[in-house]
Write a protein that binds this ligand. Structure first.
Ligand code: GLC
Length: 392
């Protein structure tokens, strides 16, 4: 069967409805709820098949936005048995995920020019954007903070080992319990972000900030499209401020590193996060070439049999079967594909796409893949492989 047909079949199989809402679960057995950045990926995928389904996915994910603007990273709709973290609320979690939403909404709009869709979402998008710009940057230093590793979307990434006081090698259980402890601390302060960051987990993550810059650039376009010129200037201004702050506080050794603590100590772990800034054009052409040569094409780091490993092989924490500690994840391949394409590195982008296709063909739609063997890991019937359709 053709790959596009398999993608469509999976998207339909994983489709759920609740009252007037329609959404897609990332995996029926492992992830039977709605997730924020997953739904943004789903909307992009669905736009290749049916625009209304793509729009519904976005409308349902914003429908549980908090009063303060936060869009929760999980909506339970109907609570099932598979709930292993108490986020303090019945119907949603209390944390967010990277803002891929501006990108997804613009992607949809660019296909059918439906301004009413933009207008119906605008206030919600603006409120969420301003929540991130204010609550997640209380000191006005122009970097957006996360209050929990799960907000990065890369739950147990080794980027968070140092802030969590974990060794590079530890078991899944140790990692999970440490994150659970953090959630308990956050519950006590009612997920008050500035307080949580200051007291428990103060991390400015590279991909989150890269995606925020991308989001702000699309918010600028969206605002202009519907005649909100002042807002457009505001979004563009903040995108530039974050770019400058990333350069000032995260850039060293030719790459961008995530930081922790009040004084922005760099977390010098080589993960795919060093490639993420390509997605928002943060490297100069020269820097990008050096980065590719030194890291992306380095067989001891990222140039493994299957790309893109989420963590460089040279890292002590690298584990080819270790969730976010080495395996290939399709959404990451999508970010890297787009990033390489931004720099006109067509052949390298194609390498990422071909590797993704091979993985899907050999191992099916899995949550992640061993970069050394191509073997699938984690959830089954997992939707992210559908992003291959947008690698163009
Ligand atoms: C895992 C991933 C996260 C994703 C969720 C649902 O927790 O780490 O990024 O959103 O599963 O697919």
């Amino acid at each position: 069967m053709e790959l596009n047909q398999k993608i469509l079949d999976l998207m339909i199989k994983n489709r759920r409805t609740f009252n007037e809402f329609q959404y897609t679960v990332p995996s029926p057995s492992s992830y039977p709820y709605q997730w924020f950045w997953d739904s943004c990926f789903h909307a992009i995928i669905l736009s290749y098949f049916n625009m209304e389904d793509a729009k519904k996915e976005i409308l349902s994910v914003v429908s549980k936005q908090f009063e303060n603007g936060l869009i929760p990273h999980m909506i339970y709709w109907e609570r099932g048995e598979l709930i292993n973290i108490d986020w303090g609320k019945q119907d949603t979690s209390t944390i967010t995920q990277p803002p891929v939403i501006g990108h997804a909404v613009w992607h949809i709009f660019s296909k059918d020019q439906d301004k009413r869709f933009l207008e119906s979402l605008y206030l919600s998008l603006k409120k969420f954007t301003n929540y991130l710009l204010s609550q997640r940057d209380p000191r006005g230093h122009n970097l957006i903070g996360i209050i929990n590793p799960d907000e990065s979307g890369e739950d147990d990434s080794p980027r968070f080992d140092i802030p969590l006081e974990l060794d590079p090698k530890h078991t899944k259980e140790v990692n999970f319990n440490r994150r659970l402890h953090l959630v308990k601390q956050n519950l006590v302060c009612n997920f008050d972000a500035p307080f949580c960051m200051k007291n428990f987990f103060w991390v400015k993550d590279v991909p989150f900030n890269v995606i925020m810059i991308d989001h702000l650039s699309y918010m600028t376009k969206i605002a202009l499209e519907i005649g909100m010129h002042e807002d457009a200037n505001h979004f563009l201004y903040h995108a530039d401020l974050i770019k400058d702050a990333m350069r000032k506080l995260m850039f060293e050794d030719g790459v961008f590193y995530s930081t922790y603590g009040q004084d922005y100590k760099k977390i010098k772990v080589l993960s795919w996060a060093i490639l993420a800034p390509l997605f928002a054009n943060l490297y100069t052409k020269q820097e990008a070439e050096t980065l590719i040569e030194k890291h992306f094409l380095n067989e001891d780091e990222f140039n493994l049999k299957y790309v893109v490993p989420t963590v460089a092989k040279s890292e002590a924490s690298f584990d080819p079967k270790g969730f976010w500690r080495g395996p290939v994840w399709m959404a990451i391949n999508w970010f890297v594909y787009k990033g390489l394409a931004n720099y006109g590195l067509v052949e390298l982008a194609e390498k990422v796409k071909q590797s993704s296709i091979q993985l899907l063909e050999h191992s099916g739609f899995r949550e992640n893949y061993n970069p050394l063997t191509g073997e699938g890991g984690g959830a089954e019937e997992f939707t992210w492989g559908g992003l291959i359709i947008d690698m163009n």
